[in-house]
Write a protein that binds this ligand. Structure first.
Ligand code: CP
Length: 342
C-alpha cells in the first residue's frame, strides 16, 4: 500500500476520533452508563481500527500513554488484548497483580488510585469476587483522576459484550429482530462470575436484539439487573424472556451464547455452588440443540470454554462457531475504548 493511501486510511481513524462525543476521561464500568450514540461511536472506531490493522497501517493515537491493568484474577484474552492494543496504539500497558504491589500489605484503594493517577493515563481492573468487585472499581473511579476501565467485575463484563456485539453485527449486518439465546451450561470445575450474562441482557436489547435467557432456577441473575434489562428492552421495543428450559434459548435462534456461571445469587458457599452445577449435566450445547435454531445459527462463547461439558468439540470446532472472531474483536473494541477515553 502506498503512503498516500496509508495517510488517508490513518486520517479515517483520526477523523473518527476528532468528531467523537466528549468521551475523554470517561470511565467504562458498565454499558448502562454510555448512551447508544456513544456506543455507536465506539463500534464505528473499532471497525476503522480493525480495517487499519488488516491493511498494516499504524494507528499511534496514544503515544507515550500508559495503562495500568490490575488483575485480581487470571486472564488470557483480556490481558493480552488490552496490552497488545496499547502497543498498537503507540502506548504501553503494565500488568499489576495485587500480591506484587502494596495492595498486599493493605495500602488503601484511595492511595493506590491517586498515585497511579499521577503517573499514567488509565486504570483497568479485573476484580470478580462476588459482592466486592464492582464496589472496588467504583472506589478506584471515585479517587482516580484518569479513566477506570472494567476488565470484568462481579456484576459486569462490558468489554466482552462490546466484542460480542461487533461480532454479531459483522455476521448479520442489521441486528434488529435477531433472536439471541443466552443459556447457562454445566461446567463443574469452578464458579464463574455472572457478569457475562448480566452484561449481555443489559446491552443487546438496546441494539434491537430479542433475548431469551435460560437457566436452572438456582442460577438466576441479580434481580435488579434482570429488571434493568427488561426496562431497556421495553424502551427499545425489544423482548426479554426468561426460561428454565435449556432448549428455549436455541429454538428459532439466530445466535446462541451458552456458557456457565455460578449460583452466586442463591448461595455464597463454594461447595454448595459446585454441587448445584453438577445437578444439571444435561445443560450441554451439542449438535442436537444447535439444530433447533435457524439454519444460519451461530455459536458464540467468551472463552475459556469447558470442552466436553459446556459444549461438544463438534460444535465449538464446527462451521457455526465464531468463537475466535469473537475473541479477536476484544482487541479492536478495546483499542477504540482506550483511544476514546484516554
Ligand atoms: N473472555 C475473557 O474475559 O477471557 P479471559 O478470562 O481469558 O480474559
Amino acid at each position: 500500500m502506498n503512503d498516500a493511501v496509508n495517510e488517508s486510511r490513518n486520517d479515517s481513524v483520526g477523523e473518527a476520533l476528532s468528531v467523537s462525543p466528549a468521551l475523554k476521561g470517561r470511565d467504562f464500568i458498565t454499558t448502562q452508563e454510555w448512551t447508544l450514540e456513544e456506543l455507536e461511536t465506539l463500534f464505528e472506531l473499532a471497525t476503522r481500527l480493525k480495517r487499519a490493522k488488516a491493511a498494516g497501517e499504524a494507528t499511534p493515537h496514544l503515544p507515550a500513554k500508559t495503562l495500568y491493568m490490575i488483575f485480581f484474577e487470571a486472564s488470557t484474552r483480556t490481558r493480552n488484548s488490552f496490552e497488545t492494543g496499547m502497543t498498537q496504539l503507540g502506548g504501553h500497558a503494565i500488568a499489576l497483580f495485587p500480591e506484587h504491589i502494596q495492595i498486599s500489605h493493605g495500602e488503601s484503594t484511595r492511595d493506590t488510585a491517586k498515585v497511579l493517577s499521577r503517573y499514567g493515563d488509565g486504570i483497568a481492573i479485573r476484580h470478580c469476587i462476588y459482592g466486592e468487585g464492582n464496589a472496588y472499581l467504583r472506589e478506584v473511579a471515585e479517587n482516580a483522576d484518569i479513566p477506570v476501565l472494567s476488565m470484568q467485575c462481579d456484576v459486569y463484563h462490558p468489554c466482552q459484550i462490546l466484542a460480542d456485539y461487533l461480532t454479531i453485527r459483522e455476521k448479520f449486518g442489521e441486528t434488529r429482530g435477531l433472536k439471541l439465546g443466552v443459556a447457562w451450561t454445566c461446567a463443574p470445575n469452578y464458579l464463574r462470575p455472572i457478569s457475562v450474562p448480566q452484561s449481555l441482557i443489559l446491552m443487546m436489547p438496546r441494539f434491537g436484539l430479542d433475548v431469551t435467557l435460560a437457566y436452572p432456577p438456582e442460577f438466576r441473575l441479580m434481580p435488579e439487573i434482570e429488571e434493568q434489562a427488561k426496562a431497556n428492552a421495553e424502551a427499545a421495543g425489544t423482548r426479554i424472556e426468561i426460561s428454565d428450559r435449556f432448549e428455549d434459548a436455541f429454538e428459532d435462534a439466530d445466535i446462541v451464547i451458552p456458557k456457565s456461571w455460578g449460583p452466586h445469587v442463591t448461595t455464597r458457599h463454594p461447595d454448595e455452588g459446585l454441587r448445584l452445577i453438577e445437578a444439571y449435566p444435561e445443560w450441554t450445547c451439542d449438535a442436537e440443540r444447535m439444530a433447533l435454531g435457524k439454519s444460519h445459527l451461530i455459536y458464540m462463547h467468551p472463552l475459556p470454554a469447558d470442552r466436553g461439558r459446556e459444549v461438544t468439540d463438534e460444535v465449538i470446532d464446527g462451521p457455526q462457531s465464531v468463537v475466535y472472531d469473537e475473541a479477536e474483536n476484544r482487541l479492536h473494541v478495546q483499542k477504540a475504548l482506550m483511544a476514546l477515553t484516554m
